[in-house]
Design a protein. Structure first.
Length: 132
């Protein structure tokens, strides 16, 4: 079971991992370590209110392909609910198959709340089985 622990957005490990994956550096929102059995497995970032954006979900390189991404997503959804979130959105250019396999669907940019919209170079996935 993956457990998320709140983390400062300026954490060196978080920043290095996001850079290594070619993801944007931390911005607004809350960031978490994803830990399984106490060991660091990756990082998660959430931003927003009722409509939350999954800013990042990263599994450490040497731990990929072990189901940690799915377990981290489950943990992120639980935290999103605890934060009062009703819908979870994400923007992806590289992980659409991963998220589609977990119930997310592609959505038109105009259909998501303005606070969630990002540059047109990103693809949008819509809420997963609302409510989360």
């Amino acid at each position: 079971m993956v457990v998320l622990h709140l983390l400062d957005a300026d954490d060196a490990g978080l920043i290095a991992t996001l850079r290594g994956e070619g993801l944007p550096e931390p911005g607004a929102g809350r960031y978490f370590t994803a830990r399984e059995y106490g060991a660091l497995a990756g990082y998660v970032g959430l931003e927003g209110g009722r409509d939350l954006m999954l800013r990042s979900l990263v599994v450490l390189a040497d731990l990929k392909a072990q189901g940690l991404g799915s377990r981290s997503l489950t943990a992120a959804e639980a935290v999103a609910r605890d934060l009062g979130g009703e819908r979870l959105h994400l923007l992806t250019t590289t992980a659409e198959p991963f998220f589609a396999g977990r119930g997310f669907v592609a959505a038109d940019r105009a259909s998501v709340p303005p606070a969630i919209r990002e540059p047109a170079s990103s693809r949008i996935s819509a809420p997963r089985r609302p409510p989360i």
